[in-house]
Design a protein around this ligand. Structure first.
Ligand code: WQD
Length: 343
């Protein structure tokens, strides 16, 4: 009998790639998503990739009764919780939307899990919890810094809610995965990142510029204390990231966890500057990216990259796709979107 995993936000960017990897590893999946920032045709595209249609319920995680119906309908063994609002800038304008969506959703799941005997939870956290780390690369032991935005704060609060709930005796196991900067798309070009309106993250802005939707990419600052003056991040291929969720779920369901809450950094361990990223994209794809140096963006971290040793050793996982292949996958996705008349 296949084990069934509930994936909240499973039609979103990281969620959809994770559903594919779960199915390809022999899990059954039920997705819940309110489609506030994604499309139902992602379910069709997942089926095209894997040959298996995941169950899909259009449900908002804030709707306790509707979520409970899903728990009652399916025998769920584990949950991967992606569903969340994720625009940093918008969270400053609409903090209550972010606190309600991101926190109440988690509370609903945590209340339902023991009642329906669901053992494991994987939570989508972020390197944003480290702020600007004092030491690089950043390990899981680095101190949590005061959040720069309500969005970042919801990730920190949710980590605490999980710790407190388990400390109170809830019979749950949890793994908190702190992502660095996920980019790229499935090699088929059938699923990827589809931002609403003008992209805030660099890769979709870059590929939209390369294809001519945007005039030029602004490089936010070239006067930082880094080798070329632009900010440094750890860009991780979304398919590698998705695979880490399967390793984490296996660990929980196989009872391999040593502590009831475990935390892992998911990154490549390599830092890349904005200017290096543009350069690598141009070399890997042969496509030019018109860009200009612009002023610094408020709130930007200067440099951050992961020490992924713990995930490498304990989860037996490694991000091993090259940055060139990753950037080519992002470009392939952008080209396919145009062919499909979407952008
Ligand atoms: C990357 C780099 C920008 C756009 C995001 C989330 C954050 C966390 C991690 C989830 C920075 C530069 C960007 C542009 C640019 N994720 N840039 N021109 O800031 O690392 O944060 O990922 O929890 O919450 O917001 O990612 O893609 O916005 O920026 O020069 O048009 O690209 O300054 O150095 P960031 P990003």
């Amino acid at each position: 009998m296949k084990k069934r995993i509930l994936v909240t936000g499973g039609t979103g960017f990281i969620g959809s790639h994770t559903v594919v990897e779960l199915q390809e590893s022999g899990y059954d999946v039920v997705i819940i998503d309110n489609l506030s920032n994604s499309n139902a045709d992602t379910v069709d595209n997942i089926e095209k990739i894997t040959g298996i249609r995941p169950d899909f319920e259009q449900v908002d995680c804030l709707d306790f009764a509707a979520v409970e119906k899903v728990f009652a309908k399916y025998k769920i063994e584990g949950i991967i919780h992606f569903a969340a609002s994720k625009a940093v800038g918008e969270s400053v304008q609409k903090p209550l939307k972010y606190y309600r969506n991101n926190i109440v959703s988690l509370i609903n799941l945590l209340e339902l899990m023991p009642k329906y005997n669901v053992k494991g939870l994987i939570f989508s956290s972020s390197c944003t919890v480290y702020g600007q780390p004092d030491k690089l690369p950043v390990t899981e032991e680095a101190p949590i810094k005061k959040a720069e935005s309500p969005y970042g704060n919801t990730k920190q609060i949710n980590e605490e809610i999980i710790h407190d709930t388990i400390a109170s005796g809830s019979p749950i196991k949890a793994i908190l995965l702190r992502y660095f900067n996920p980019i790229g798309a499935h090699p088929t070009g059938l699923i990827g990142e589809l931002p609403n309106g003008v992209p805030q993250n660099i890769l979709p802005y870059l590929t939209q510029t390369a294809i001519g939707i945007r005039k030029e990419l602004s490089v936010f600052g070239d006067d930082y204390p880094t080798p070329d003056g632009s900010c440094i991040r750890d860009y991780i291929y979304v398919v590698d990231l998705a695979k880490a969720h399967v390793c984490a779920m296996n660990r929980i369901l196989d009872n391999k966890q040593l502590e009831p809450v475990e935390v892992f950094n998911l990154g490549t361990g390599q830092g890349l500057s904005v200017l290096e990223l543009i350069n690598k994209f141009e070399t890997a794809t042969g496509v030019k990216v018109p860009h200009k140096i612009a002023g610094r963006r408020a709130g930007d971290i200067v440099q951050v990259w992961a020490d992924p040793t713990k995930a490498n050793k304990v989860l037996g996982w490694k991000a091993d796709t090259t940055i060139e292949d990753t950037l080519r996958s992002a470009w392939n996705w952008q080209v396919k979107l145009r062919e499909r008349g979407i952008q």
